[in-house]
Write a protein that binds this ligand. Structure first.
Ligand code: LLP
Length: 389
């Protein structure tokens, strides 16, 4: 199916449109890339928690990376095995910790010594051992947008390197804590290999330090997520280059063979499978600008407003009618905020009221970050599978 065929489908807009065939092809590629290395992949649920998407991912046997008690419960309900669910986040509440222990999740990715104390106290009260990985802040610059960089020295995430020894000692000495691994996450939308090379080297150094100073070898290192997607050319690069990070890590990670390697990928798994479809309500002529006012808003997709992120925008209807003339538009939504702008000074085929636009690469952090701001109704959802049509 081509995206322009969508204009013929009975779709109400705004609408999140998911190409389940592309999701499956992406998952196939991911599994093939991870298999030779025996890497365990967790899906970062925060990227997209549409049930049909999540169930497809869970059906492949991936683990789940969760960041709230709600995500943990959702993961269990939607087919992830609790013994493959990890739970990260700087602000886990006592109730969330207790519930996750009851559900039997595999591991807490612990972000502070204070949290370690809290988990120890709760596990002691329940008379069981909580498995944890220490999230270490490796001080590596992922060279991505500063709002989605997480691995630098001073952020709210993780335990900083100068506190590494203290945290390890505490974890090893806590009677109801089972230290199983080291966890890292350096940022998101990373499109080059170098940050992963540095991360693999840092993880190797810390595993060696655990051995030398504590006579301790972890069961695994979890290198987090972060692999980016091609927002400029989604059709040329619909499936991210998973081998790029796996091969880089395998070439640069120097740990004992017993130490397994985990990843937590979000955007790269689901990003290209989703588009936000929207119709033009008005084409408004201004003084120096022409606005295509569409029926999707920043409440449906907040990334452009929040991070000045650019998503490719296509006019599917204009392609369908063979429009050859072009004009320049600001594509804006109906929300009462100036930042409700999907793109500015964008050249599109001449665009008319009623035209359907596709805002591409919206499968990750799209619907998941949407809100009802301005009391807007949620965008509808459409899950497309070729064999089901
Ligand atoms: N693991 C941890 C601990 C994380 O914090 C994240 C994402 C991931 C894994 C998954 O990262 P990914 O593979 O998706 O890059 N809302 C932003 C992205 C925020 C990412 C937050 N953490 C955006 O729309 O670009």
């Amino acid at each position: 199916m081509t995206l322009t065929d969508i204009t013929l489908l009975p779709i109400t807009t705004p609408c999140y449109f998911y190409d389940i065939d592309l999701l499956r092809a992406t998952l196939d590629t991911l599994q093939q890339a991870a298999a030779p290395h025996s890497y365990l992949i967790h899906y970062a649920l925060k990227a997209n928690y549409e049930e049909p998407v999540v169930r497809e991912i869970a059906s492949r046997g991936f683990g789940a990376d969760c960041v709230s008690g709600g995500e943990v419960e959702f993961a269990v309900k939607n087919g992830f095995s609790p013994d493959r669910i990890v739970y990260a986040g700087v602000g886990k509440t006592p109730a969330e910790i207790e519930n996750s222990l009851d559900l039997g999740i595999s591991c807490f990715n612990v972000e502070s010594i204070e949290e370690l104390d809290m988990i120890q106290a709760i596990a002691a009260r329940k008379n069981l051992a909580a498995t944890v990985a220490l999230r270490i802040n490796p001080d590596i610059d992922a060279h991505t947008h500063h709002y989605i960089t997480t691995g630098l020295a001073e952020t709210k995430f993780g335990i900083s390197l100068p506190m590494f020894d203290l945290a390890v000692k505490k974890a090893l000495e806590s009677p109801n804590i089972h230290l199983a691994g080291l966890h890292f996450h350096i940022g998101s939308q990373i499109t080059v290999a170098d940050p992963y090379r540095l991360l693999a080297a840092k993880a190797s150094e810390l595993v060696a330090r655990l051995h030398d100073e504590f006579r301790f070898t972890p069961d695994y290192v979890n290198l987090g997520g972060g692999l980016g997607i091609d927002y400029d050319n989604p059709d040329n690069n619909p499936i991210p280059d998973f081998s790029m990070i796996f091969d880089t890590v395998s070439q640069n990670l120097d740990v004992p063979a017993s130490v397994k390697v985990h990843f937590e990928l979000g955007r790269s798994v689901v990003g290209q499978s989703g588009s936000l479809l929207t119709r033009v309500i008005y084409v408004k002529e201004g003084i120096g600008k022409r606005f295509a006012i569409v029926d999707a808003g920043m409440n449906d997709l907040i990334r452009p407003a929040l991070y000045t992120a650019r998503h490719k925008i296509e006019n599917l209807s204009a392609v369908e009618r063979g429009e050859t003339a072009t004009a320049v538009y600001d594509v804006v939504g109906p929300i009462c905020e100036t930042s409700d702008l999907f793109d500015s000074d964008l050249t599109l085929p001449v665009t008319l009221p009623g035209d359907m636009l596709a805002i591409r690469s919206a499968g990750a952090y799209g619907s998941a970050m949407s809100s009802a701001y301005n009391m807007r109704r949620p965008a509808s959802r459409y899950f497309f599978e070729k064999n089901k049509q």
